[in-house]
Structures are given as structure tokens and as C-alpha cells.
Design a protein around this ligand. Structure first.
Ligand SMILES: *Cc1c(COP(=O)(O)O)cnc(C)c1O
Length: 413
């Protein structure tokens, strides 16, 4: 990982730093940025619950640390680990997924600018672009990003700063071709941003496929235990601002601009939140295997059930982009959506499960169920992103599969 004085990593304080770049993802998730504590040998990165650092004479910073909005060793450990698992250059940990998206959007867009959005996306992303950035003169065009020709047609060359993609998407589980969309965006001088929250770096590597930046709600699979809200931006090696623009620090590097806004706007991840997220990251690989195998079996069960009209899961042969998903992902993840045929039957199912808890969010060890139209996606009602009223979304956890299937069976009976 590259270092700058403003963003020291744990390497700065740890003599035994090791180059993890040749190791596998599960190894990097546990070790990258997480060398034993230099002072004590503690094998887990300590929670540096501190706001400021004693200077050895004016400007005599130890390891580059000055003030915890600008740099904190626990947050730095998380950032280095996230950059490593996403095959990125630098990572930035923020207070939530939306804070991460906000920082990235500020870095790449200017008033009067334009962004191409998915017509199936996390509702909060749409609200941020439409209601917050819209008031600053940023325009957006929602398109079906599974159709590269539609994306190309929506781009306004010279004006469009970015194409934003969620794959698999939330809540319809559509899959978009990252490598093709990177070419489409780059041909018009725009960046490709991938929200990798659903797949995670364990199943999909967007930066390796050509994306310029990845965003995460680390609240979901990376944290993995429904106990912390957080977000991250990871930039690709060598990524620059769109159309050769110069950022606020005088540099064209995307990472420098994102780092500036992280510190200057200030919605950083706190030390305890960073520590919880790092703890979750260590088991990401293992959890994603179980989430994926449980979800595949749940999707098959639902597809064969007479009361289910259709099942949306990229791992099913019936999914329209199944072949693309099989090329682009190493497994299909833990999210499954299905349609029951009516609003009433959808509401009845989400009301009757006992193990699947009725709750928003996703990606934790416990299974959750929800009605997107009335819950997570209520804010997009009436827009191009409106979801079908008979849609049910489940986040399949890592419990015993038989118990999960039995719970859905009794809820559908
Ligand atoms: C939850 C979520 C977000 C927003 O993240 P927060 O941590 O809730 O701010 C963004 N994208 C996707 C795909 C999400 O599921």
C-alpha cells in the first residue's frame, strides 16, 4: 500500500510489516494492515480510543499521528486491510455507507455535472443523488445497467463524470457486466463506480475488472454481525479524476481527492466502529461461503414452491444474467428476492417467519426478511426505482440450512 504522511498506516509504527500482496484473500483479510502491536505484541489491533497525540516538539509527530479525524491507527488498520482485500490502492473508512458515497460523489462531481445511475439501487443512494446532490445542480439519469447499450446512450460525453453500478442490485438482484461498463464509461471520460456491498470482495473484484472505485456499506457483510454502521471507498491503483480534472489538493489522483473530503467533511469511522468492522472482516471469506451455499438452497426451495411466483437469485439457471454472474463472481452471495403474486401474501409471509427476523439491513450472521416496497425502498416509491409490491427480500444468514427452509415453508403454508 502507498503511504502519505497524512495517512500513516500501521506499518509506520510496526517494524515487522509484511508484504501480503502475494497471499490469498482470506489471509489478507486477517493480516493485511494488522501486524502485531509494536509496543506489546498484541495480535489484535488495539482500539486507539483517542482524539489527539502528544507531539515531540512542534510538528514532531509519532508515526504521523496528529488528530484522529485526520488519522487514527485503528482506522488506518481497517483502511489498509480493505484496500488489500479489494485489490485497491487506498481505502477510506467513513461513518456509514452513505457517508462513503457522499465523499466519493463530492470528489468526482461538480455543480452542473451528471451521473448515470442504476434504475435498481439502494434507495438511500438514489435519495443522496436525487435530493442532496440534486440541490447542488447535479443531474442523474436512471438506467438499466444490465444493458450496456442503455448505459452508453445515457452518458453525456464531456459532462457525465461517473457511471454508478450495483451488482448484484438491491433488491431485484440484477447483474451488470463490470468489465464492459468500465470500457463504456472510460470511452466517454467517465469513471465507473461499483457498489460492492452485496457481493463483497470475497466473491467479486470490481477494481481488477476495470472499475475506478468501489464503495461499501461495511454495515452489511464486511461487518457481518449487525452491530456496527460503517462505509468505505476503495480506489483502484492509479485511478484519476474524470476528464483529467485536478482535485482540491492539486493532484489528479482520485485517492487524494477522496482523502481530502474524508478529512475536510469529517464523517470518519470512529475507532471502536473501525475495530468492530476489522473483526468482522477477518471471517468474511468463511461467512460468504456459508451465506452463498445457504442462499442457493433457499432459492431452489422457493423456486419449487407453488405459492412463489418467481425467484430472483443470480445462482439460479433461470436468472437472466446467470452466465455473466458465473463468470464475474466466485459464488452468488446471500441475498434472495421473490415474488408472491400479491401485496397481501407478501406482507403475510414477512409477518410469519420465526427465524428470519423482520428487519431492514442485510449481511449479518442472522437471517432477515423484509418487504422492500414498504421498508428499505419506501423512499423510491413513484420514481423509476419503484419496486414490485409483491416482492419479498431475504438476507440468508449462516444458521443451519434445514431450520431456514423449514421456517420459510411454514410461513408460506
Ligand atoms: C445499506 C446499503 C448502503 C448504505 O449504507 P449505510 O451503511 O446504511 O449508510 C449502500 N448500498 C447498499 C447496496 C446497501 O445495502
Amino acid at each position: 500500500m502507498t503511504h502519505t504522511p497524512e495517512h500513516p498506516t500501521s506499518d509506520a509504527t510496526t517494524p515487522s510489516a509484511h508484504d501480503w500482496s502475494a497471499t490469498g484473500l482470506a489471509t489478507r483479510a486477517i493480516h493485511a494492515g494488522q501486524a502485531p502491536d509494536a509496543a506489546t505484541g498484541a495480535v489484535v489491533t488495539p482500539i486507539y480510543q483517542v482524539s489527539t497525540y502528544k507531539q515531540d516538539g512542534v510538528g514532531g509527530l509519532r508515526g504521523g499521528y496528529e488528530y484522529s479525524r485526520s488519522g487514527n491507527p485503528t482506522r488506518d488498520a481497517l483502511q489498509e486491510a480493505l484496500a488489500s482485500v479489494e485489490s485497491g490502492e487506498r481505502a477510506f473508512a467513513l461513518a456509514s455507507g452513505l457517508a462513503a458515497e457522499d465523499v466519493l460523489l463530492r470528489a468526482i462531481l461538480r455543480p452542473g455535472g451528471h451521473i448515470v445511475m442504476p434504475d435498481d439501487a439502494y434507495g438511500g443512494t438514489y435519495r443522496l443523488v436525487h435530493r442532496v446532490l440534486g440541490a447542488w445542480g447535479v443531474e442523474h439519469t436512471p438506467v438499466n445497467t444490465s444493458d450496456p447499450a442503455a448505459v452508453a446512450a445515457a452518458i453525456q460525453p464531456g459532462r457525465t463524470a461517473a457511471v454508478w453500478v450495483e451488482t448484484p442490485s438491491n433488491p431485484l438482484l440484477g447483474v451488470s457486466d463490470i468489465a464492459v461498463l468500465a470500457d463504456v464509461a472510460h470511452a466517454a471520460g467517465a469513471l465507473l463506480v461499483v457498489d460492492n456491498t452485496f457481493a463483497t470482495p470475497a466473491l467479486q473484484q470490481p477494481l481488477t475488472l476495470g472499475a475506478d472505485a468501489v464503495v461499501h456499506s461495511t454495515t452489511k457483510y464486511i461487518g457481518g454481525h449487525s452491530d456496527v454502521v460503517g462505509g468505505a471507498v476503495v480506489t483502484a491503483p492509479g485511478a484519476v479524476l474524470p476528464s483529467g480534472a485536478t482535485g482540491p489538493t492539486g493532484s489528479q489522483a482520485l485517492a487524494d481527492a477522496v482523502g481530502f473530503y474524508q478529512n475536510a467533511a469529517g464523517a470518519v469511522a470512529g475507532p471502536f466502529d473501525a475495530w468492530l468492522t476489522l473483526r468482522g472482516l477477518k471471517t468474511l471469506s468463511l461467512r460468504m461461503e456459508r451465506h452463498s451455499s445457504n442462499a442457493a438452497a433457499v432459492a431452489q426451495f422457493l423456486e419449487s414452491h407453488p405459492k412463489v411466483a418467481s425467484v430472483l437469485y443470480p445462482g439460479l439457471a433461470s436468472h437472466p444474467q446467470h452466465d455473466l454472474a458465473a463468470r464475474q463472481m466466485s459464488a452468488f452471495g446471500g441475498m434472495v428476492s421473490f415474488r408472491t403474486g400479491s401485496l397481501d401474501s407478501a406482507l403475510a409471509v414477512v409477518d410469519r417467519t420465526k427465524i428470519f427476523l423482520l428487519a431492514e439491513s442485510l449481511g449479518g450472521v442472522e437471517s432477515l426478511i423484509e418487504h422492500p416496497g414498504k421498508m428499505t425502498h419506501a423512499s423510491v416509491a413513484g420514481s423509476a426505482l419503484e419496486v414490485p409490491e409483491d416482492l419479498v427480500r431475504v438476507s440468508v444468514g449462516i444458521e443451519d440450512l434445514d431450520d431456514l427452509v423449514a421456517d420459510l415453508a411454514q410461513a408460506l403454508a
